[in-house]
Design a protein around this ligand. Structure first.
Ligand code: KG4
Ligand code: ZN
Length: 340
């Protein structure tokens, strides 16, 4: 094994173009270009996302190499997000990585985006202590809501997942109803901090370990329609309390399932990952569980929660060590599952 392995990783699964350079488990750079264009449409427009990736990818990769102080001839491998994600977006990163690996004559590594969200916990500066296998991970993002049992780096089992909307979608759709721009999750979180959870929403009854968020979204919509009929300024006047109530209900739904699964499996090492793991209420409740229920919890740094290439890079390093490299016939897979 090499003393120092340098890998360039590219992430382009949805609406962020990102590139990162890693030296073994240490991130040397992590550049993310957000695509502002989607805000005015209230959600990601796939065609616009792939066009923006085309424009962003070269400058983002060049910046990542420059910030890492590495030239491309020093790289030992190129990694890219294979899926899941939007096909047009994935294709930009996949084609770019394949061409670059071919030109430099170095190995190519195909990375599962959902595994990468979880494995971000193994970045050298992400936490003081790293999880031991097996551990549980609540993966919450704009596209997924899962509780995963992580047996090893590339051996994961889904114990529970959403049967309809993802939790990030519930946040973003609620924000849209409230007239907030996309992505609304961080804004709901911001307003919730100065509000009180005075409104109650019905929590869904879903069997086993699964989640459901589409009913909650409809419940919020009906509640607001009723209130606005009585007072047209209801939303403006009560935005903080509405957001705190939504946030409180979502956090309760997630924590209830997590507690059940911890009890059933006896696994008390619990991590969170994905864009929604940036949420302050969920972080607070996890910290509380560490203190009061004896869990060991792993909360990622903010920059490793929403989509980023650093998480692709750390996953790539683990694959590289295991010799799990691909040839040029590899293709993007928009429906890749975490438990492949
Ligand atoms: O992981 P991610 O960047 O993209 C996907 O793979 O989906 O997650 C994006 C999601 C969006 O729905 C966004 O609203 C949500 O994460 N999000 C948050 C917060 N920060 C980002 N949701 C609630 N609270 C936050 N602080
Ligand atoms: Zn993601």
């Amino acid at each position: 094994m090499l003393d120092k392995t340098y890998i360039l990783a590219i992430e382009s699964s949805c609406d962020d173009t990102s590139a990162s350079v890693i030296q073994n488990e240490q991130i040397l750079s992590n550049v993310v270009a957000n695509q502002e264009i989607h805000a005015k449409y209230g959600g990601v427009v796939p065609e616009l996302a792939s066009r923006a990736h085309q424009q962003n990818i070269l400058p983002v990769v060049e910046t990542a190499l420059r910030e890492a102080n590495i030239n491309k001839e020093q790289l030992h491998a190129i990694a890219f997000t294979q899926g899941p994600g939007l096909m047009g977006s994935l294709l930009v990163g996949t084609s770019f990585a394949k061409s670059m690996a071919l030109a430099l004559d170095i190995p190519l590594l195909a990375i599962n985006h959902m595994q990468a969200h979880i494995l971000a916990h193994f970045i050298d500066d992400a936490n003081d202590i790293k999880p031991n296998f097996p551990f549980l991970c609540l993966t919450i993002s704009g596209g997924h809501t899962q509780i995963v049992k992580v047996n090893d780096f590339f051996n994961m089992e889904i114990l529970g997942e959403t049967i309809d909307d993802a939790v990030g979608e519930a946040y973003d759709k609620t924000a849209k109803i409230l007239g907030l721009p996309y992505p609304g999750g961080p804004l709901i979180d911001k307003y919730a901090k100065t509000g009180l959870p005075v409104y109650k929403f019905t929590k869904p009854k879903v069997k086993a370990h699964h989640f459901s968020f589409s009913g909650l979204k409809t419940g919020i919509l009906y509640f607001l329609q009723k209130q606005v009929k009585e007072n047209p300024n209801f939303i403006n006047e009560n935005i903080e309390n509405i957001c705190a109530s939504v946030q409180n209900t979502i956090a309760e739904i997630l924590m209830d399932k997590l507690k059940t699964i911890v009890k059933e499996t006896g696994i008390t090492q619990v991590a969170i990952a994905g864009g929604v793991s940036a949420n302050s209420e969920i972080r607070k409740r996890l910290a509380h569980a560490q203190k009061h229920f004896g869990w060991t919890t792993f909360i990622p740094k903010f920059e490793y929660t929403t989509d980023n290439a650093a998480m692709i890079a750390i996953t790539a390093y683990q694959k590289f060590k295991l010799g799990l490299i691909e040839d040029q016939s590899i293709t993007a897979n928009p429906r890749l599952k975490v438990d492949v």
